[in-house]
Design a protein around this ligand. Structure first.
Ligand code: FES
Length: 242
């Protein structure tokens, strides 16, 4: 990316972020510091409007910014939406078998889709690269201490909250935030599980940032979408939706 484009992007996002914060602040001030009732008019409607606009704008910004940071918007995946392999017939090249480290999942962008490819001996597997728990990348974040975890007992483990999936079928065999995970990972497990619980169980009217039900954080991971794989002349091909 050119420096000029990067500066432009940061400026636009900065302005957008500040405008959202401004609207939220205006809403809070109008609602909670309405001034002298004898001299000022009722600000309740305006305050609510600013608050809703500010929060919506902030949410939209997250949807736009997340992909730029390599993250994805935290909208849950549903196992019922997983497609049968017979329908995944658009073959995309995923590199040479010999370039994959045995047992360590690697994320590939295949036709704009994020796919986690794992080699186990001569067998190759592919599944969605984003965890069905919170859509975070199963291969971790490049340049951070959160990295892909080697497969264990035929399963891939999400390095964020410890959900585990069968590499061959995508079946969720362990949910996030098990007590062992939380003990071993105080930041990603112990503290985050408490926050997750807090957001989930606060009734809507009392939430500081109301989140629509479809986008609410869930404690559950669902079965992952897997993709058919074939190898031709040492090259891996992954079947994607048409
Ligand atoms: S994002 Fe994978 S377990 Fe939470």
């Amino acid at each position: 990316m050119s420096p000029a484009l990067a500066v432009l992007g940061v400026s636009i996002l900065g302005t957008w972020g500040l405008a959202s914060i401004g609207m939220i602040a205006a809403g809070i001030i109008m609602l909670f510091f309405p001034g002298d009732p004898t001299t000022s008019s009722d600000n309740t409607l305006g305050g609510i409007l600013f608050l809703v606009l500010g929060l919506t704008s902030m949410g939209l910004m997250q949807v736009v910014v997340s992909p730029l940071l390599g993250l994805d918007a935290p909208v849950p995946f549903r196992a019922k939406d997983n497609k049968a392999h017979a329908k995944l017939t658009r073959w995309a090249k995923a590199g040479l078998v010999r370039d994959y480290t045995d047992g360590v999942p690697k994320e590939m962008r295949l036709r704009a889709q994020r796919v986690l490819v794992t080699r186990r001996g001569d067998d190759i597997y592919a599944m969605n690269a984003l965890c069905s728990h919170a859509r975070l990348p199963m291969a971790g974040l490049p340049g951070s201490p959160i990295k892909a975890m080697a497969i264990q007992d035929g399963c891939v483990t999400c390095p964020f909250h410890g959900a585990r999936f069968e590499v061959s079928s995508g079946k969720a065999v362990r949910q996030p935030f098990t007590s062992q995970w939380n003990n071993d990972h105080p930041l990603l497990g112990g503290i985050q599980s408490k926050l997750w619980n807090l957001i989930q169980f606060i009734p809507m009217p009392y939430q500081a940032f109301p989140v629509p039900k479809f986008a609410r954080p869930s404690m559950n991971a669902e079965d992952m979408q897997t993709y058919p794989v074939k190898v031709e002349d040492g090259e891996i091909l992954v079947g994607l939706p048409r």
